[in-house]
Ligand binder design. Structure first.
Ligand code: UDP
Length: 234
């Protein structure tokens, strides 16, 4: 597969067309942003680590019957993916309180939630990805009722699979963000799942192995991503 035309460049990834109109190449960059891109930087070799981590996770999800846009790993920074029409929503699932939920409700970081929660955010950088609910999604035609149902069911299923997957690696899945896309008449998981998009705490020590190390200047950012890659590669 060769890269033909750049069709999209985001904060962490670039998408290119290929000879096959149904397939794209997803290229992972080292750029990192936080707080709605107010904080910018790079994490050395993050693109390589996230590409490999996301590939491992997508393969594990496929083995558990969860379809994603992932087709195959091409090289250190690129994966081949199905071309989808992205639903303009970020789906956030949480198992413990952290980040924006703590700010919203005045909760202590790490507080256990009695059951997982789900939030929809409208993907719009200029607006700071505001939280929305199903009524907004329907009223603005971002997704149909069926699509909302299927996204919700799939997101909670992915949570169960990923919680177990990380638990085996002595990592607790605190929260994460998903994006979905349309292909033919289906909705499938898209984008990436990596330490950029999840909160991952080492079991026993509580060490953060995710982008919070960059957001909060905790140091050892590259080492944390490397440690996640090492564990998912076991
Ligand atoms: N997240 C993400 N992209 C976003 C917003 C959030 O990948 O644009 C992830 C984030 O890494 C965390 C989870 O979603 O794992 C919940 O993020 P939160 O709402 O707490 O926002 P934050 O405080 O991280 O900005």
């Amino acid at each position: 597969m060769t890269k033909l035309e750049k069709i999209y460049e985001g904060k962490a990834k670039i998408l290119y067309t290929t000879e096959d109109p149904d397939l794209l190449i997803q290229y992972f960059k080292d750029d990192a942003t936080a707080f709605n891109a107010q904080k910018k930087g790079t994490i050395a070799e993050k693109g390589i680590m996230n590409n490999h981590i996301a590939a491992k996770i997508f393969k594990h999800l496929a083995a558990e019957g969860i379809e994603s846009h992932f087709v195959e790993l091409l090289n250190d920074r690129e994966m081949l993916v199905k071309r989808v029409q992205i639903v303009p929503l970020e789906i956030i699932i949480r198992n413990r309180a952290a980040g924006s939920l703590c700010r919203l409700l005045g909760l202590t970081e790490g507080m256990t939630l009695a059951s997982p929660t789900l939030e929809f955010c409208y993907k719009d950088d200029a607006l700071g990805d505001p939280q929305v609910n199903e009524y907004h999604i329907r009223a603005l035609k971002w997704a149909s009722d069926d699509e909302i149902r299927s996204i919700t069911t799939e997101a909670f299923r992915i949570n169960e699979v990923l919680k177990k997957f990380f638990l085996n690696l002595k990592i607790e899945l605190i929260d994460f963000k998903l994006e979905f896309g349309r292909v033919q008449n289906r909705i499938i998981l898209a984008d990436e799942i990596s330490p950029d998009t999840c909160r991952l705490w080492e079991i026993g020590t509580g060490n953060k192995l995710d982008k919070d190390r960059f957001r909060r200047d905790l140091g050892h950012v590259e080492q944390a991503y490397q440690e996640v890659l090492r564990r998912v590669s076991q």
